[in-house]
Design a protein around this ligand. Structure first.
Ligand SMILES: Nc1ncnc2c1ncn2[C@@H]1O[C@H](COP(=O)(O)OP(=O)(O)OP(=O)(O)O)[C@@H](O)[C@H]1O
Length: 389
């Protein structure tokens, strides 16, 4: 039997590298940070015992449902709320008691927050003037920041003369003008339409590559943004850090059912572990044996023991439909189909599974209607064990 860990809520830093950046030097540290809003019995604990380290040049996405504490973590770092307990550090400097303007952090929020009466260049210069950067240098720094976001030609415009995407670019330029070592982005694309969001995502990825020493903390509840931009993803749940790891590890080997579901939807099939040898697991779903992959982790506190209840996590694209009665298949009936352009999402009721429907994504425009009987297979390389707790 092999021990299999879920990597969970460890205040760790990654050894992965983007280019030649050394993430091991901490740029941001949250050390057991708790934040409460209100007092006495009415207090809301928006962040509880929160630990996180972000390395120099690293991008970490804070991902989680609405109200899970993501923005509060950012505010604690930026200095907009004071932790009830714990500390925040930038590099080796404890900034817990420092006012926001003295922290030297670039902040970009969803609503752009540009000064409406100021021209673009003055908006971008704002942080530089607050930092008393010599007047002679301001013009060049503003030009440099506008150039980074492709908005050099717009310095004389007022914010109301720009589109939403352009305003957000100016907000990013304003944050970059102070050459921050830490950039905080709070849902920066949430106010933009889907197409613009997609192109801005590409631009943010380019910006990230152009700023190899800047640590970024990126709040989102959109898993595709987190997967596209982050070196690591920290998943928040109920004011706490639930799981943290590289985007790839969390996607391929989710350490919890919550993260499996939150990061892009997953079929979570209740199963019982029969045995695990190396990375090969034999499990039972409703008495039917199925082979799967057991994640082999580097940190571990889950032992895959026989008879342990667990989940089999199968992404919809990994579910295979066969002819009814095909060898190794479960018998199922199509409940509904939704055509999504390049794929069709088929929802299935499987005879041996009580109360659990299975989603399958098949390529093209599948014409099979509700009630059609099919076979369903869960290929072992697309089925991974997830702890039930
Ligand atoms: N100023 C405030 N006063 C009282 N409670 C607050 C305040 N700001 C946030 N909260 C509460 O703290 C909790 C965490 O809020 P936070 O904004 O950090 O969540 P979030 O994960 O960023 O959510 P969203 O994705 O909706 O922005 C929520 O329950 C929220 O209602």
């Amino acid at each position: 039997m092999s021990g299999t860990p879920a990597r969970r809520a460890q205040p760790s830093h990654t050894t992965a590298v983007r280019g030649v950046t050394d993430f091991s030097a901490p740029a941001i540290t949250f050390d057991r940070v708790t934040v409460g809003y209100g007092r006495g019995k009415g207090v809301t604990h928006a962040l509880i015992d929160f630990n996180l380290r972000v390395g120099r040049g690293e991008t970490v996405a804070l991902l989680g449902p609405s109200g899970s504490g993501k923005s509060t973590a950012l505010k604690a770092l930026a200095g907009f709320v004071r932790p009830t307990s714990g500390s925040v550090r930038l590099g080796s400097r404890d900034v817990t008691d420092l006012p926001p303007a003295k922290r030297g952090i670039g902040v970009v929020v969803q609503s752009y927050a540009l000064f409406p009466h100021m021209r673009v260049a003055d908006n971008v210069a704002f942080g530089l003037r607050s930092q008393r950067v010599p007047r002679a240098q301001i013009g060049a720094r503003v030009a440099e920041a506008l150039d980074m976001v492709g908005m050099s030609a717009y310095g004389k415009r007022l914010p109301r003369e720009l589109s939403g995407g352009q305003q957000q670019r100016i907000a990013i330029a304003r944050a970059l003008a102070i050459r921050p070592s830490v950039l905080l982005l709070d849902e920066p694309l949430a106010a933009l339409d889907a197409q613009l969001r997609e192109s801005m995502l590409g631009e943010l990825a380019g910006l990230r590559a152009a700023l190899p020493d800047t640590a970024m903390l990126y709040v989102t509840h959109d898993q595709s943004e987190a997967l596209a931009l982050a070196d690591r993803i920290a998943v928040m749940r109920n004011s706490r850090l639930a799981d943290i790891d590289t985007a790839e590890n969390l996607w391929k080997r989710p350490p919890s059912s919550f993260t499996a579901e939150f990061l892009g939807g997953a079929n979570l099939l209740p199963c019982t572990v029969t045995r695990v040898i190396g990375t090969s697991a034999l499990v039972s779903i409703g008495g039917v044996p199925v082979t799967a992959t057991a994640p082999q982790p580097d940190i571990g506190h889950v032992e895959w023991e026989s008879d342990l209840p667990a989940f089999l996590c199968v992404r919809p694209h990994a579910v295979t439909l066969t002819a009814p009665g095909a060898r190794g298949s479960f018998s199922a009936r199509i409940v509904s189909t939704v055509w999504r352009g390049s794929t069709t999402r088929i929802t299935l009721a499987v005879d041996d599974f009580e109360g659990v429907q299975v989603d399958a994504d098949v390529s093209g425009h599948d014409q099979r209607g509700p009630g059609t009987v099919v076979g369903v297979q869960f290929p072992s390389d697309g089925s991974v064990l997830v702890p039930a707790t």
